[in-house]
Design a protein around this ligand. Structure first.
Ligand SMILES: Nc1nc2c(ncn2[C@@H]2O[C@H](COP(=O)(O)OP(=O)(O)OP(=O)(O)O)[C@@H](O)[C@H]2O)c(=O)[nH]1
Ligand SMILES: [Mg+2]
Length: 305
């Protein structure tokens, strides 16, 4: 199935909760009044696009209506579509893959179950195809045996090397060895870290240590420090992004599980509140379900039923 179709399907819940809900309200309203605007505002808030964006849209709609006395649903949806595009434009970006012969190093972080390991597996396939060079995984989630096994299975499937230590080892030591491995072999290194709550001080310190290890060993910072955010968490993702960013200066966000939420509008709130590009989005579990984020395409897919 082509990506645009996957994206459209993946955004179904958000579309129902937002676009279709607004259509319904407006269609059953005989006369557009303050109450209609309140209903639209409530829908926008519920879809998690964020307070600021919601207020901009509502205020603009209000002044349009005040001026002309009326507005129809097509105009409202066109207006909303344009507004969302404006908000999301410039909020994307590609992975910083090196082409100078030096290895590319990508640290992947996030809370438990956000989709870090599977995102690494999916990205590995894309990066290998794009660069034609070797991919290595560092099993820096040493907390759980299952985590290491999962990464090894993925490595076999995508043809990546794995650098690992025993269970419970210091993740930074794994990273240290993995950096040696890619220095001689080149290619791209993905560092799979353990899930951690952004509020757990010692775990965030551990992450900083991993990041420092990379910088020291490479003589430069990691090329990417990616936060994997589960979009089903809605607004909670904002505080995750802020605290992970404070710890390791994120270079990008991967927003997963858009297929599992009616609150896909959170992508707008992320743009509104955090200045970190959203690089990839995920709309399902298969490898074709992870794709570069394209703001225009995202909005078009959201509005196309
Ligand atoms: N529906 C859906 N599921 C996803 C998506 N991305 C990841 N998943 C699923 O989310 C689950 C957790 O993914 P993992 O990659 O293991 O998450 P993790 O962040 O590595 O988890 P921990 O290592 O336990 O912290 C898996 O079942 C994935 O297939 C997505 O975009 N959509
Ligand atoms: Mg994992």
């Amino acid at each position: 199935m082509a990506w645009f179709k996957r994206l459209k399907d993946g955004l179904q819940k958000t579309r129902t909760n937002m676009v279709e809900a607004i259509s319904e309200v407006v269609t059953r309203t005989a006369k557009f009044d303050a109450e209609t605007l309140d209903d639209i505002e409530e829908i926008l808030v519920r879809s998690d696009i964020g307070i600021q964006t919601t207020l901009t849209i509502i205020n603009d709609l209000r002044s349009n209506i005040d001026r002309r006395g009326t507005i129809d649903i097509t105009e409202i949806l066109d207006f909303l579509r344009a507004e969302l595009k404006t908000k999301l434009t410039g909020g994307n970006g590609t992975l910083a893959l090196r082409s100078d012969g030096e290895p590319t190093v990508i640290i992947v972080v996030g809370v438990n179950g956000a989709g870090k390991t599977t995102t690494i597996a999916k990205l590995a396939g894309l990066v290998a195809a794009q660069t034609g060079s070797k991919v290595t995984f560092a099993a820096a989630d040493t907390f759980r045996a299952a985590a290491m096994e999962q990464l090894e299975i993925w490595a076999q499937r995508v043809g990546a090397d794995v650098v690992k230590h025993r269970l419970g080892a210091d993740p930074s030591a794994v990273v240290f060895d993995a950096l040696d491995h890619v220095r001689s072999r080149g290619g791209t290194l993905f560092i799979d870290t353990a899930g951690r709550l952004q509020t757990k001080h010692n775990l965030m310190e551990e992450l900083k240590k991993i990041d420092r290890t990379v910088t020291k060993r490479l003589g430069r910072p990691a090329d990417e420090r990616l936060l994997v955010l589960d979009s089903t968490g809605g607004q909670n993702g904002i505080s995750q992004a802020k605290l992970f960013h404070a710890a390791i200066d994120l270079t990008g966000i991967v927003l997963t599980k858009l297929d599992g939420t009616a609150k896909g509008g959170v992508i707008v709130a992320i743009r509104e509140q955090i200045d970190i590009p959203i690089k990839y989005i995920g709309v399902g579990e298969s490898k074709e379900d992870l794709h570069l984020f394209d703001p225009d395409q995202f909005v078009e897919a959201l509005f196309e039923g």
